[in-house]
Ligand binder design. Structure first.
Ligand SMILES: Cc1ncc(COP(=O)(O)O)c(C=O)c1O
Length: 383
């Protein structure tokens, strides 16, 4: 059987990884400034993580959500402590899209309404309701198109108020920091006003922290830079350091009933063991603080290059926007310097390394990046 060919692939086959490095099948070493798409939080193959999952597998890997699983409670307690949302409730699922799909469904159940507002350049996943709220018509199939999804200009509070006046809004969903759209941080006043409007108009405020959460921004959740108190927070990516797991953090005043939400695999023993190990390591190694420190250092060093690109970001979620396509820069970094980076559109490089990135590794990237920019400008002059 052939694979369904939906991904453009690099000609690289990673076979081994440790910390912030990956090795391919030829033995070549790469510095990982991409974190497997913002997923690797505590570093590849961390010994505590490997031990916790391996040990769990020798006991019990899976049983259904019809029995007691104390690992779910342990995870909920540790996540409450790490995030500061001790009094919220946790629903466990398997991916980012699934977390948002459940958040949207929950908001509709709670309010009895069906209209949702999201924002331009936003990404919320590829499942039915989530993709309808994602600003990319190419990935919205006819079956996903709905008048209940209204996508408004980002940071435009007047547009939001106009839409709210029409009535029927169940929730507004916004990313803590827009990731796939190119690292755009919501304006403080915009985000805080959304929070206030939610009380005034009675809609639920959903923060999609799937990419920007779990310490990546230098706070546990990116919205914690502001004075906002979401009703629902969604998380995935960094939560399992590569083990598929997602979560929905739900305000204490939202009451569940049996059967309201559900999943076969969500919150299984192995996934919980992985996610608990992640939180243990984040706490022991102070990775949220490290993301803030190394992220600030990296952004400062990049600013010193003064090479005509815009730098946006917080912590280790950084976007570098050029006035021209960055394909050549990215390829040179990867094939000549052995450094993985991410992209957004044609012109933006995205840096999403493990939260354990060191100052030395940040320097390794900056030096290679400087060399690539110099080589490219020399070759442009020669042309
Ligand atoms: C902000 C945001 N929301 C949702 C998703 C969807 O997550 P998943 O790919 O795990 O379904 C992503 C994935 O990149 C994301 O960045």
């Amino acid at each position: 059987m052939k694979l369904f060919d939906v991904y453009p692939l690099f000609t690289i086959t990673p076979v081994k990884a440790a910390g912030c490095y990956v090795w391919d099948s030829e033995g070549k070493k790469y510095l990982d400034l991409y974190g497997g798409h913002a997923v690797i939080s505590i570093g590849h193959s961390h010994s505590h993580y490997v031990a916790k999952i391996s040990e769990q597998l020798t006991k019990i890997g899976f049983y259904s959500n019809s029995v007691q699983n104390p690992l779910q409670q342990e995870l909920a307690e540790k996540l409450g402590e790490a995030s500061g949302y001790n009094n919220y409730q946790l629903f466990l699922c398997n991916s980012g899209a699934e977390a948002n799909e459940n958040a949207i469904k929950l908001a509709s159940f709670v309010t009895g309404k069906k209209k949702f507002i999201s924002f331009q350049k936003g990404f919320h996943g590829r499942t039915s309701a989530a993709v309808a709220l994602t600003d990319n018509p190419k990935i919205v199939a006819p079956v996903n198109k709905t008048e209940n999804a209204v996508i408004l200009p980002f940071n435009d509070i007047t547009a939001v108020k106009t839409e709210l006046e029409k009535g029927g809004v169940a929730a507004i969903i916004v990313e803590g920091i827009q990731g796939i759209g190119g690292i755009h941080i919501p304006a403080k006043q915009f985000l805080e006003e959304l929070g206030q409007l939610s009380k005034q108009y009675g809609f639920l405020f959903i923060l999609d922290e799937i990419q920007s959460g779990y310490g990546r921004s230098g706070k546990f959740f990116a919205h914690q830079y502001f004075d906002v108190h979401p009703d629902i927070i969604t998380t995935a990516k960094g939560m399992g350091n590569g083990f598929p797991i997602g979560g929905v953090l739900i305000h204490p005043e939202i009451h569940p009933w049996h059967g309201m939400l559900g999943t076969t695999f969500g919150g299984n023993h192995l996934a919980c063991a992985a996610a608990i190990a992640v939180l243990d390591v984040m706490k022991d190694e102070k990775l949220v603080q490290n993301a803030e420190k190394v992220g600030n250092y990296l952004m400062q060093k990049l600013a010193e290059l003064k090479s005509g690109f815009e730098i946006r970001g917080k912590g280790l979620m950084i976007g570098l926007e050029f006035q021209h396509p960055i394909k050549e820069i990215r390829n040179k970094l990867l094939f000549e310097h052995g450094i993985f980076t991410g992209v957004s559109g044609q012109n933006i490089i995205r840096l999403l390394p493990p939260l354990s990135l060191s100052i030395e590794q940040a320097n390794e990237f900056v030096n290679a990046f400087k060399k690539v920019l110099t080589d490219i400008s020399v070759s442009m002059v020669e042309k």
